[in-house]
Design a protein around this ligand. Sequence first.
Ligand SMILES: [Zn+2]
Length: 255
Amino acid sequence: MTLHTAEALLLDVFDLHDQDLIVTLLTRERGKVRGVARAARRKYSRFAGQLQPLAKVRVVWFEKSGSDLVRLSSVELIRTADALVRGLEGILLAGYLAEHMLEFAQENEESDHLFRLLDSTTEALLAGVDLDLATRYFEAWVLRLAGIFPSPLQCPECGNELAEAAWMPAGAEGLICMSCGESAVGATRVSAGAVDFLRRIGVTSLRRLAAGGGAPADTLSEVADINARVRRTFLQRELKSHRVMYDTLARVEGA
Ligand SMILES: [Zn+2]
């Protein structure tokens, strides 16, 4: 058995049986770590209160060779995301951000960039940055770090530099230039504002983007659609939490 200590962000918790929980964490050094928190469901458990969505913790675990589940020894809270997950929208968003990591981070693989992205996005949300802006930034960056959706600088079809506006081909593999897009069947026009947003996130932090006024609502809604289409093309399905979030919020708004 080997002992490990790391800072981690809490992605997911579910009941294993009567007393134990299975916890999935994101670490810088080891990517996703899945472990059992023994007796964590007991009233006076040493894990009580520590296992909250998007919480930043210091975790100690034991690893046994041949087992893909580690055993969590202790979890110490560094930063809660309480203020974010107090409301319905925040809870849904936390699940959505976490599912990106469950999907895109690997086990036993260094994940410093994904860790920093989730950590800084959570911090920005806790500091009051607009949910919509933070979510668009986060989605686009996950796709960028996965190498699926690079900064829209060059047209992948002809190699020419992309102008202000662009097109997204029917297959949603990325953005192509105006002249390639004109002749592509089923391509969607992408506004200059959306292209600019996708470029700016590559050179600006979320906090600075927010301080500079963020982006207009119609641009953010266009970027939401672009991110979702690129992600779906890659995954061949949508994230479960995406539908849950939109369906629930639509029901609440319609009620
Ligand atoms: Zn082109």
